[in-house]
Design a protein around this ligand. Structure first.
Ligand SMILES: *Cc1c(COP(=O)(O)O)cnc(C)c1O
Length: 422
């Protein structure tokens, strides 16, 4: 008798279980480290085996206020007891409040709330295309993007990112993206045509390896956009919400976008994304043009409001900038001490990349062995993403761990000199 699909699956699972140490019913799309946590506090995570880790990943730039921030935890708990969800069939006062505050703090007039970075980016792409459509130029759909970019894992945002390894095997690539080398203004000029709608830039490429766009490049992109009637979109999903030492990275570049995507740290750990736009850029997005069941739910909004309360308190960003300076100075010492491990230090605020000499995965593993958690990125970079509330003593602790990890790598990378004892 033929086996049912489910029986077949069970058999495959059993076969797999015999050949793997970690068995799981999860779709294995992540190459996970065999480590789990049961609680956290500030910059620290406690593993299920009781070991304490200094967390310089912050859930990939999400937990900007550290773990279990009392203000965020209380806001989420309190809101959960009142209302978690009502849908966008009705007004959501918390949504209006968070939109007001994001607009007061930025270039924007309008906000659409989503649940993730990719969704925020989808809204940004749709908003740019619709702007031209309602302007009588529906053929203007193409968006200029940059090599090394990352904009998410939906079909359109994958096409925008243009990474072959992520697109392969998923059928036709969504049309409408023209990719040029990062920071290459001449290439941007060459590719602008009658169907171009927008230029999409990460002010700092995060996943791409903490590659910082120069202010001159951003300014010239703005000028080009204005000259050709294009919209300028910034993907600040990773750089936004304080990560670079201002609420938004664009604020210290002197260049304002027309549309901006936010997510990662916006909810202080709670999933929420947002697409911000000027009234002009957003004018095509009328009733019925876009939507989300969960987007802007009261629970996510409470998390976002609490996060903003903390970040917008006087002195918060002064402290982030001071901590950043200290971390960069100490990392520069590490680079001088370990030239065989650390090639370069780059980034802004607390979005810092160490370009590694050894394979970056080895460096991340060596740091984890010292109980310091970091994230690999493109261009052989190790990303340091401490929570924005990290203390000076924790920076000193991290530097000690980086020093030990780099020394350990030197010992394994370089064979002991001939004749040396031992
Ligand atoms: C993480 C990230 C995204 C995607 O966010 P998700 O919440 O994973 O969908 C998009 N753009 C940038 C710059 C990011 O760093």
């Amino acid at each position: 008798m033929a086996l049912s699909a489910k029986q077949n699956l069970r058999r495959t699972m059993r076969e797999r279980q015999t050949s793997r140490t970690v068995t799981s019913h999860l779709l294995p799309t992540f190459a996970r480290v065999d480590l789990a946590f049961e609680r956290g506090e500030g910059a620290w995570l406690v593993a299920t085996n009781g070991e304490r880790y200094l967390d310089f990943t912050s859930g990939v730039a999400v937990n900007a206020l550290g773990h279990a921030h009392p203000r965020v935890a209380a806001a989420v708990a309190e809101q959960a007891h009142r209302l978690i969800h009502v849908s966008n069939l009705f007004r959501v006062p918390e949504q209006e409040r968070l939109a007001d505050r994001l607009c007061a703090a930025s270039f924007a007039d309008l906000v659409f709330f989503a649940n993730s970075g990719a969704e925020a980016m989808e809204c940004a792409i749709k908003t740019a295309r619709k702007f031209h459509a309602v302007n009588g130029a529906p053929e203007r759909v193409r968006i200029i993007t940059f090599e090394g970019a990352f904009h998410g894992r939906t079909l359109a945002t994958l096409a925008a990112g243009g990474q072959k390894k992520y697109l392969e095997g998923f059928g036709p690539v969504v049309e409408g993206f023209d990719q040029v080398p990062f920071g290459d203004l001449d290439a941007v000029k060459r590719v602008i045509g009658p169907t171009t709608a927008a230029i999409l830039i990460e002010p700092i490429q995060g996943e791409g390896g903490v590659r910082v766009a120069s202010n001159a490049f951003l300014r010239q992109s703005r000028e080009l956009a204005d000259k050709h009637g294009l919209l300028l979109i910034f993907d600040e999903v990773q750089t936004g919400m304080g990560r670079t030492g201002d609420l938004f990275a664009y604020q210290h570049t002197g260049v304002e976008p027309d549309i901006m995507a936010l997510a990662k740290a916006l909810g202080g750990g709670f999933p929420v994304g947002a697409c911000l736009a000027t009234a002009e850029a957003g004018k095509g997005m009328t009733a019925g043009t876009h939507g989300s069941t969960f987007g802007g739910n009261p629970l996510a909004m409470a998390a976002g409001l609490a996060t903003l309360d903390v970040m917008l308190a006087p002195g918060f960003f002064d402290r982030v900038r001071k901590t950043s300076l200290l971390l960069k100075q100490r990392l520069a010492e590490m680079k001088d001490r370990h030239p065989g491990v650390i090639a370069e230090i780059r980034g802004e605020g607390l979005l810092i990349g160490l370009r590694s000499v050894v394979p970056n995965g080895d460096f991340v593993n060596a740091l984890r062995a010292e109980k310091l958690l970091t994230v690999a990125a493109g261009d052989n970079v190790v990303r340091l993403l401490p929570p924005l509330i990290v203390e000076e003593a924790e920076i000193a602790e991290a530097i000690g761990r980086i020093d030990r990890a780099a020394s350990a790598l030197e010992r394994t990378e370089r064979p002991v000199k001939e004749g040396a004892p031992g």
